[in-house]
Design a protein around this ligand. Sequence first.
Ligand code: SF4
Ligand code: SF4
Length: 97
Amino acid sequence: MAGKIKIDAERCKGCGLCVPVCPQNVIAICEKSNSRGYFPAEAVNAGCTGCCLCATVCPEVAIEVYRDDNVVAVEPSRSQQNPSEPHTKARNGRYVK
Ligand code: SF4
Ligand code: SF4
């Protein structure tokens, strides 16, 4: 498994936004309600890639995403590929001088 999520069932309001956005179809709505009467999302996790789409769309910030760094490939920045390359990769993903 390259990724794993944890959903805070008490924070979740069961809006369902995270379910269709998951490209791996590993999130479902639970049949049991939480203490506030909402039916929270639950994770199956098998197949999760750690893409973070679910956490990004969650309006309640109820999803934490974990990645296995030994499995997830990280693209090296251009400056690491060629030390003479004057460009470096900024946090926003763009290349800057
Ligand atoms: S991190 Fe990506 S693959 Fe994993 S559950 Fe969330 S949306 Fe699905
Ligand atoms: S998007 Fe957030 S609040 Fe909505 S069902 Fe998923 S975990 Fe719950």
